[in-house]
Design a protein around this ligand. Structure first.
Ligand code: ADP
Length: 671
């Protein structure tokens, strides 16, 4: 039979058609309840249509016994022997059995839960005539009962709090999970308003949720807070669904609350680690890239102060000044330098000195209770006006050579702020900081020595310049006073040429010092670059016999605004290099080009060339290709040329192929 709901009323769709000549027999035949009867011998003597349908079988009269079902079982599935069948017992014992539940099996294998009611029928003399059995199919009912029981067990065993409430917010059910989570037992909370577990500040959320439920909407994974019986606030994730009655009316809401404290803690821990990682990365990047001691100290002080959550942090570092006198650098974080200005460097106190004297890391929940504290005059503790420090952490910074070069110090006005994690973190950073500081120190030392060398070159070349100039002058006078036929005149010319080389070298060295100091003097004027190049080439060809210098210039004139003498110096330098580094070649080409915007001169040789990987170094100070170290030179010519051309807002360039040759050239703006 089909149960249905229509217009809010329950009813049945199956229709029964009774024959016209209706009799009791007919009525029983067509009744929707299965009925059958057995003789005292157990033979089935009557069954109606409903019984036939239930069995799925049509028993043969006078043949089949006890039941229309070949097999019977107990509700738990255990097969029931025939002598235990309700009908058998009723016949054999002549008794009435009520609601005997068995499971019958239809020929197709379908099993149905059935309540049997075998009832003995007696005649007026009290003689047993037969047994009538009424069979009620309770299969659907049992299925739904099992489902209900399972659901109830799931709800009860769930770790989540599962609660139902009426539409006006009264708690109607409360599982064990809810009891565990909120601390209320079922009997004390049922009938109470749900607001019992909602903190004041989250009550508006509840109104929103109830509104959604009234509109038959679900609320999923809604994160909020609930309050337990003992007043603890716990973060929960709620999933709320409307509860409907059989007719589909919303009568309340079921609420599943999951305690997400652990998840929140994990999220917080993750975020904390991510932040720490970011700080560490940022710091690592800075201290591995810089060689500036101040920047390292400040970056490390700032990062470690953030990582430890300290109110103040300080990085003290022992170093030497320009005069090689020791002094202590201090970089603060979390406090302005002025906050400590009036206090002496604290290294001499008992607490501080232990760190600087190679002692272990000190981590104290309350330094004011440390035995080393308040031992030193004049303050006996922290001086007045000093930021109050209770939690204290001090980590020595040890250099590669094992010497303590500094210390990282942290303070907080509240006790117990620094953990083992902070201590480990700062100790690891102190190791990196020590390496970075060692490198920076080394670099500072190298820079200092390099500056000293530059200073020496500058001084020496300056000192040499004066005697060389007067030597050259006197040699020239002697040379002029000698007769052309005089043998010594030849020697004098050679001596003058050598003195000139020496003088050029000293000039170059002086130029290097000036370039380094950014003080190379230039004197600008308008001049014709074509004419200058022609003059230089002619002059150069006089002194160089090994190579023919070919000038290729299609232009009559290219005016530029620059230092004529310095540009001449550049062209001579390029020509001299071209000859010097192409010993086997016979010629050198000079090309002058120009347009309205740019004027260029390039010098091409057919010599040894330069490997591509060396191009980037070729204009550096004192750079010489090692294979060419036997050739005279100091590696400063191109360095000076580059500076001169750059000061003309131009570009010095090269194009070179090993064993083929090189072209060095410059472009400067045309006037
Ligand atoms: P140097 O006095 O050593 O020649 P430069 O600064 O003029 O100094 O040149 C730097 C280096 O560049 C030279 O030592 C040489 O190794 C290389 N170099 C310069 N010009 C040429 C060239 N035309 N061919 C090959 N190598 C060259």
């Amino acid at each position: 039979m089909q149960r249905t709901v229509s217009n809010g009323k329950e009813g049945y769709t199956d229709k029964f058609f009774l024959p016209r000549d209706i009799s009791i027999q007919n009525l029983i035949d067509y009744m929707p309840i299965a009925i059958y009867a057995c003789s005292l011998s157990g033979h089935i003597i009557y069954y109606n249509k409903a019984a036939e349908k239930l069995w799925g079988y049509k028993p043969k009269a006078g043949e089949d016994m006890w039941s229309g079902s070949a097999k019977l079982f107990l509700p738990d599935g255990v097969p029931l022997p025939m002598d235990k069948w309700p009908m058998t017992i009723a016949i054999q014992q002549g008794i009435y059995l009520e609601e005997e539940e068995v499971v019958i099996q239809q020929p197709g294998g379908t099993k149905l839960n059935v309540l049997e009611h075998p009832m003995p029928v007696f005649d007026s003399d009290g003689k047993l005539l037969c047994i009538i059995n009424v069979l009620l199919d309770v299969t659907e009912q049992r299925k739904s009962e099992t489902k209900q029981a399972m659901l109830a067990a799931i709800v009860e065993s769930s770790d989540d709090a599962i609660v139902s409430k009426s539409l006006n917010g009264i708690i109607t059910s409360w599982n064990f999970g809810a009891q565990e989570m909120f601390g209320y037992e079922e009997q004390e909370i049922i009938g109470k308003p749900i607001t019992t577990i909602i903190p004041e500040q989250y009550r508006m959320d509840e109104l929103m949720i109830l509104n959604k439920i009234r509109n038959n909407e679900h609320v999923e994974h809604f994160e909020t807070y609930r309050i337990t019986k003992d007043g603890t606030l716990i973060p929960v994730s709620l999933t709320i669904s409307p509860i409907t009655d059989k007719r589909g009316n919303i009568i309340g809401a079921s609420k599943i609350a999951r305690n997400i404290s652990k998840q929140k803690e994990a999220e917080k821990a993750l975020q904390h680690h991510a932040e720490n990682l970011e700080i560490m990365n940022g710091m690592g990047k800075v201290i591995s890239q810089t060689l500036d001691i101040d920047v390292i100290l400040q970056t490390v002080a700032d990062s470690t102060t953030r990582l430890t959550g300290a109110a103040i942090g300080a990085f003290f570092y022992n170093t030497v000044n320009d005069k090689n006198e020791p002094y202590m650098l201090c970089r603060l974080s979390g406090a302005a330098k002025e906050a400590f200005e009036n206090f002496a460097i604290p290294r001499s106190t008992a607490v501080f000195s232990s760190t600087f004297n190679g002692g272990a890391t000190i981590r104290s929940d309350d330094i004011t209770h440390d035995e080393r504290y308040a031992r030193n005059m004049p303050f006996n503790g922290m001086p007045e006006g000093h930021l109050p420090v209770v939690s204290y952490l001090a980590v020595p910074v040890v250099s590669k050579n094992g010497k303590v070069t500094g210390g990282l110090f942290f303070g907080h006005p509240q006790p117990g702020r620094f953990t083992k994690e902070h201590e480990d973190l700062v100790s690891a950073i102190a190791l990196h900081a020590a390496i970075a500081l060692d490198n920076a120190k080394l670099y500072a030392e190298v820079t200092r020595l390099s500056d000293k060398k530059d200073e020496f070159i500058s001084l020496a070349s300056h000192e040499l310049k004066t005697p060389i100039t007067s030597l050259s002058g006197f040699l020239q006078l002697i040379e002029e006073s000698l007769d052309d036929g005089d043998e010594n005149k030849k020697f004098m010319k050679i001596a003058l040429a050598q003195v000139k080389k020496l003088s050029d070298l000293i000039s170059d060295l002086l130029d290097v010092s000036k370039v380094k100091a950014g003080k190379l003097p230039l004197s600008f004027s308008h001049f014709d670059l074509v004419q200058l190049t022609k003059e230089v080439v002619t002059q150069f060809q006089y002194s160089v016999r090994s190579h023919a210098v070919q000038l290729d210039c299609k232009l009559e004139k290219v005016m530029v605004h620059g230092d004529r003498q310095r540009i001449e110096q550049v062209i001579i330098n390029l020509l001299a290099n071209a000859v010097k580094y192409s010993p086997g070649a016979a010629e050198v080409k000079v090309l002058v080009t120009g347009n309205n915007a740019t004027a260029s001169v390039s010098v091409q040789d057919f010599g040894i060339g330069i490997a591509p990987e060396l191009h980037q170094h070729i204009f550096s100070r004192f750079f010489r290709i090692e294979d060419e170290a036997n050739k005279p030179g100091l590696g400063i010519g191109l360095y000076i040329c580059k500076e001169i051309i750059q000061r003309h807002s131009g570009r010095l360039w090269l194009s070179s192929v090993p064993s083929v040759g090189s072209i060095f050239g410059f472009d400067i703006p045309a006037a």
